[in-house]
Design a protein around this ligand. Structure first.
Ligand SMILES: [Zn+2]
Ligand SMILES: [Zn+2]
Length: 181
């Protein structure tokens, strides 16, 4: 059910009780253009169930695409999978319809499944705004309490008042370190 990189359903031969089909598309189907943070890795895969309902071809199933992302906070590369597990689309057909092309629908579903703000991990600490060190890997010697580190405030919010944190851990730099563990 695939022709020249397109995802095609052979409507004329479709079982009247519906039919499951699965496969993969060609690489490069997504044509992301100037998307700087996300690169598709290899092919997009799908597993669908197709059935005819009157003048409609109804497709339901799952589509997924491995991707490489650039973390928006620290710039590290990481890999993940963009997936749509509840893909649904319906295509109008008539008695003369032989093929239906799902390529656009599938492409759109995957692009919508991309992370809008890719992060290498939940709570990525990002880079030090002063020296550029990756704070996920090691704390740097810079002072982050002068408003330079946006996470210092968040840290205080999560752990109680800044005073308490200061007494227990000896300042905000320590509280950043404790968040890493
Ligand atoms: Zn990161
Ligand atoms: Zn630094």
């Amino acid at each position: 059910m695939q022709t020249q990189g397109h995802l095609i359903v052979d409507v004329a031969r479709l079982d009247k009780d519906g039919e499951e089909f699965s496969g993969e598309t060609d690489e490069g189907l997504l044509e992301l253009g100037d998307e700087p943070y996300i690169t598709p890795l290899g092919v997009m895969r799908y597993r669908f169930f197709a059935h005819l309902l009157g003048s409609e071809l109804l497709i339901q199933g799952r589509v997924w695409q491995p991707i490489r992302c650039v973390c928006r906070r620290c710039g590290a590369d990481f890999e993940t999978v963009a997936e749509e597990n509840e893909f649904v689309c319906s295509i109008e057909i008539d008695a003369k319809t032989e093929y239906a092309d799902l390529t656009d629908e599938v492409r759109e579903a995957i692009i919508l499944a991309f992370p809008s703000y890719p992060l290498c991990r939940e709570g990525c600490l990002g880079l030090c705004p002063t020296c550029g060190a990756n704070l996920n890997e090691s704390a740097c010697a810079c002072k982050h309490s002068e408003g330079g580190n946006e996470f210092a405030c968040l840290d205080d919010l999560l752990k109680g008042t800044p005073g308490e944190t200061g007494k227990k851990r000896g300042g905000r730099k320590s509280s950043v370190e404790s968040q890493r563990k």
